[in-house]
Design a protein around this ligand. Sequence first.
Ligand code: FAD
Length: 276
Amino acid sequence: MTDRFLRDTVRHRFTAREAVVLRVERVAPPIVRVTVSGADFADFTSAGPADHVRVFFPDPVTGELVAPTPAGAGEDGIVRPDRASISRDFTPLPRVTPAGVELDLDFFVHPDPGPASSWAESAQPGDSLVIVGPRGSKRGPQDIDALLLVCDETALPSASRWVQDAPAGTPIDVIATVSGSGDWVAGYLGAGPRVHVVAPDPSGGAVIAAIAGLEPIAGGVFVWAAGEASSLVPVRRHLRRALGLPPAQAQISGYWRRGVEAFDHHAPIDPFDPDV
Ligand SMILES: Cc1cc2nc3c(=O)[nH]c(=O)nc-3n(C[C@H](O)[C@H](O)[C@H](O)COP(=O)(O)OP(=O)(O)OC[C@H]3O[C@@H](n4cnc5c(N)ncnc54)[C@H](O)[C@@H]3O)c2cc1C
């Protein structure tokens, strides 16, 4: 049953690219879209809905941008800086234009802003960043009956990619945890998905109740959940234990953790029940 969820991985040239800000736009009340490009982006590829890039930011005090450099012209690999740098993970939203490849980076500007959110709020055309990755892309499964996406504001950019990646006509439900009315979420995701907005709930109970309000998750439904790691622990237990969904059918990623600066998303979100 889970074979249909097997996903192809494509490797990309792994390098560091210099990015220049072209435009800055507030696309939703809590989200600032920063569009970047540059000569290095000619071969930028990202085909997976959950792809991420590592974005290196200038020091908020000195303005100095400490970041990796490419291993060599056209080569695969990076040279890491010998000093501390400031970097965070973001979802690339790439687009090919007559002028080249542009990337939108949609920053959730949270109430307790770290360096990434602060940078985005004051970004201006002409500002510089360095972007590393993605190393590779995993396409979403294409042999599916329906898609269930669970996200918060930080995972909405990726959710928008899942919506575009799904085979035409796939029924899609999106459970979006956002503060306030969330009346902008459907517009952000575009036509297609049924959007269910829930209020932030560290216990995960609001998301679990929203899942219970949908049709039971059948064998052909692929589930992807991402966002605040602590509140996803009970959601993950519900999907895996109560509903018995195998890991290939329900993929859950912590994108940030409340109270943790520069959260490492490679760490298991539930150390007592890691994926093997
Ligand atoms: C694969 C992947 C893809 C991601 N894609 C995106 C994306 O497209 N857009 C996006 O906005 N984020 C995305 N994130 C999440 C992003 O990397 C984190 O939110 C990041 O920590 C923000 O950096 P910061 O410097 O603003 O805050 P940090 O310095 O990391 O954190 C500072 C403080 O703010 C709090 N905090 C951090 N993030 C949040 C938050 N989101 N909401 C509330 N409080 C927070 C922390 O608890 C901490 O106390 C992604 C993460 C991963 C792993």
